[in-house]
Ligand binder design. Structure first.
Ligand SMILES: Cc1ncc(COP(=O)(O)O)c(C=O)c1O
Ligand SMILES: NCCCCNCC[C@H](N)C(=O)O
Length: 367
């Protein structure tokens, strides 16, 4: 096979499988159903593998619901911060459950939900987010209903609840304590519904996570209230499965050694800029330190500073870790920078270019 032109996202199915096997274990041991959060990862070329290990998908918009139904299958949950009048029928036609963000949306659209099971998002007012931007419990948050009295008044109109308050939470103790608080606040209503989704943001596929204790906690919760528990992993499902493969185009010294690569943080790993985080690379011992920068015009288009065991030169290849969650779903055509192809390393080790992007794709993204 010819060398694949960078930049490209490289999804390694055997690394993905590692997470999926933990997901399978959680399903079996806890009785919970696990749905892929498409907002985090929607690269459907690897759904053939993922669907064997997960129960379906959850979504944030009409297009995600349709993608989940069409490309993943299984159980399809629809959630949206706010549904529009003109899209609700299509959402209902493509979903198995519909979750409303507010009592007012439930009131407006419940009668158009047909035979679908209906859910309401609850906001417990606590979260594990260390970023105000991603904190669903931030002051004045619009994400879900807070008041148990108001929620109790519409209980006869819903079959389930969705509570998403974990964010990059690798601490089981914190998960457990927050769930206790949720039970104290809303537990009185839990026996009166059929299912509860505890959302995403739980990093149970990470090294050393106490998976047994996690499963026991979920199973006990489910039995206590007689509810089907759902989880909505995004990041946990795809973490460490994907790299962004780039090539050095130029090097220069401006007080620091700098290497410019054929990619852009703003266009291809936008979350890093949004949350002001550094990219990750496999650690190399060496004494050549470089600031790895993107090729867009943005002065702060910087992946981070990394150490190498050799001097970088044009043509050298660099592999940036953790390029699955919240990357491909956010890629854009800023500066007209070549959009990375999507390449899959199959379980037998062969590489497949699932998608390559061209000037025509750039053209058709605008008019
Ligand atoms: C309702 C809901 N479910 C699931 C997720 C997925 O979270 P993560 O990718 O952190 O697991 C999110 C993240 O925004 C969410 O808002
Ligand atoms: N790595 C920086 C923080 C990322 C936060 N992810 C945001 C999405 C998340 N699922 C959420 O709850 O908003």
């Amino acid at each position: 096979m010819e060398k694949i032109q960078t930049p490209y996202y490289l999804i390694d199915k055997s690394r993905l499988l590692h997470n999926l096997q933990t997901i399978k274990r959680v399903r079996e041991q806890s009785g919970a159903k696990l749905l892929l959060a498409l907002k985090c990862f929607a690269t459907w070329s690897v759904f053939d593998l993922m669907r064997d290990y997960m129960d379906g998908t959850t979504s944030s918009s009409l297009y995600e619901v349709k993608l989940g139904r069409e490309k993943f299958g299984g159980e399809t949950h629809a959630y949206s911060v706010a549904y529009a009048d003109h899209e609700i029928d299509a959402v209902v036609a493509n979903a198995d459950k519909i979750i409303f963000n507010s009592i007012s949306q439930l009131g407006r659209f419940a009668d158009r939900a047909g035979g679908l099971s209906r859910g309401l998002r609850l906001n417990p007012g606590i979260s594990s987010s260390s970023f105000d931007l991603a904190d669903p419990a931030r002051p004045f948050s619009r994400l879900g209903e807070w008041d148990p009295e108001k929620i109790a008044a519409v209980l006869d109109r819903v079959n389930g609840f969705m509570i998403h308050n974990n964010c990059e939470n690798a601490d089981f103790g914190l998960f457990d304590r927050m769930l206790n608080q949720i039970e104290e606040k809303f537990g009185g209503m839990f026996s009166r519904i059929d299912w509860i989704s505890l959302g995403g943001g739980i990093h149970f596929t990470g090294d050393g996570y106490p998976v047994d204790a996690f499963c026991d906690r979920l199973r006990a919760f489910s039995l206590r209230y007689g509810v089907q528990v759902y989880l909505e992993p995004g990041e946990a499902a795809v973490t460490r499965s994907t790299t962004l493969e780039v090539t050095v185009l130029d090097t220069l010294f401006n007080g620091k050694d700098i290497a410019i690569v054929d990619s852009s943080v703003e266009a291809h790993m936008l979350d890093l800029l949004i949350y002001r985080e550094s990219a990750r690379m496999t650690a190399v011992t060496g004494d050549q330190r470089y600031m790895i920068c993107g090729k867009s015009c943005l002065a702060g288009d910087i992946f981070g500073e990394f150490t190498f065991d050799h001097a970088l030169k044009p043509g050298d290849r660099i592999s940036i870790e953790d390029a699955a969650g919240y990357t491909m779903v956010k890629k854009n055509w800023f500066n007209g920078v070549q959009m990375p192809s999507i390449v899959v390393r199959e379980l037998d080790g062969s590489l497949r270019v699932a998608r390559a992007f061209s000037f025509e794709d750039y053209l058709s993204s605008l008019s």
